[in-house]
Design a protein around this ligand. Structure first.
Ligand code: E4P
Length: 214
């Protein structure tokens, strides 16, 4: 499973890109607002830090305007992927963009039928949201079940669309993404840091360092 950074904060991307394990970046309007810079400014900086798919989300609501906006971001760099919301207008835009050879990431996916619509329109990626679905259903595995269903759907029918597990809040969501065989998990900075930690790793390291001194 590939690891994407789910952030638009340049300092965070600078740091995690140095770890050598980040294959792409996803942003959304909330993350851009949090970063304190514009989407265009963020794109310009992120493409220099990570050589992989970088999702930039459209703000427009109708298909024609989405396509127009998408073209502005797409010409900025070859790695730009246009993030499109899961609406009828969004699906129309995905179809047009896929014909133009522009990559898309359909976001805010919460059901297998939404994933089917996106894949049928030619989406490069779909982003099922684990955390938000778990919040809504007050469970800890609704997102996991959704991921498994979408994976089965794509395998059974031979769709090439890749699954990006999104809205990841904690390590168990990462584990669930692995178990459901998601192609990619897009992970916020705080969870990325936790992925290298374990209390026994720290304890073991202390013991080994003490032994090495002797
Ligand atoms: C990424 O593509 C999504 O926009 C992001 O993971 C959403 O995360 P949130 O539900 O924590 O806002």
């Amino acid at each position: 499973m590939k690891i994407f950074a789910d952030t638009a904060i340049i300092k965070e991307i600078e740091e995690v890109s140095k770890w050598g394990i980040i294959s792409g970046v996803t942003t959304n309007p909330s993350l851009i607002a949090k970063s304190g810079i514009t989407l265009e400014e963020a794109i310009k900086k992120i493409v220099d830090l990570v050589d992989g798919p970088i999702s930039a989300e459209v703000a427009e609501a109708d298909a024609e305007s989405m396509v127009k906006e998408a073209k502005v971001y797409a010409v900025m760099h070859k790695n730009i992927v246009i993030k499109i919301p899961m609406t009828i207008e969004g699906i129309k835009a995905v179809k047009i963009l896929s014909r133009l050879g522009i990559k898309t990431n359909v976001t805010l996916v919460f059901t297998p039928s939404q994933a089917l619509m996106a894949a049928s329109a030619g989406a490069t990626y779909v982003s099922p949201f684990l955390g938000r679905l778990d919040d809504l259903t007050k469970t800890d595995d609704a997102g996991f079940k959704l991921l498994k269903d979408i994976k089965e759907l794509f395998v059974n029918y031979g769709f090439k669309t890749q699954i990006i597990a999104a809205s990841i809040r904690h390590l168990e969501h990462v584990n669930q993404s692995i178990r459901a065989k998601a192609d990619i998990a897009t992970i916020p900075y705080n969870v990325l840091k936790k992925m290298v930690e374990h209390e026994l790793t720290e304890k073991g390291l202390e013991i080994f360092r003490e032994a090495a001194k002797k």
